[in-house]
Design a protein around this ligand. Structure first.
Ligand code: AMP
Length: 126
């Protein structure tokens, strides 16, 4: 089944400049900005500029340049925030929710970067 992208989703509006955002990093194919309702001291969202619903859609249809840019942007944000465990940072967690069971609220691919406090175990029941 093909993906249908809703161009009225909130991240599409951010990409078109219709809604403000707290930008952390902009690249040719990606945008990183602070989550409006942070769940940790550092809570940044990284999105591709292209119209992809979720990670599966992106992996299927994105160009290699988009995939490389998106992957490197996530790493660059972690370095900008001083999170990289290999260089003395306290680490981070990446989450990308997809679809109903993933409880994805915004239907534009995004990776959450969460950090700045111990984040507990990966999942809670329920
Ligand atoms: P998800 O449940 O993975 O789709 O997460 C969507 C995230 O987008 C939530 O953490 C929201 O707080 C965040 N969010 C929604 N609207 C905005 C906005 N205008 N600017 C920044 N973050 C937003």
């Amino acid at each position: 089944m093909a993906y249908t992208y809703d161009p009225q989703n909130v991240f599409a509006k951010i990409l078109r400049g219709e809604i403000p955002n707290n930008t952390v990093l902009e690249t040719e194919h990606s945008l990183a900005f602070r989550d409006i309702a942070p769940q940790a001291p550092d809570h940044v969202l990284v999105i591709p500029r292209g119209a992809y619903v979720c990670y599966d859609h992106f992996a299927l249809e994105a160009s290699e340049a988009e995939i490389v840019d998106f992957t490197r942007t996530i790493g660059e944000v972690c370095r900008m925030l001083g999170l990289q465990p290999g260089e003395g940072g306290n680490g981070f967690r990446m989450i990308s929710n997809a679809g109903l069971d993933g409880v994805q609220e915004v239907p534009h691919l995004h990776v959450h970067i969460l950090a700045g406090r111990p984040l507990g175990r990966m999942l809670q029941k329920g």
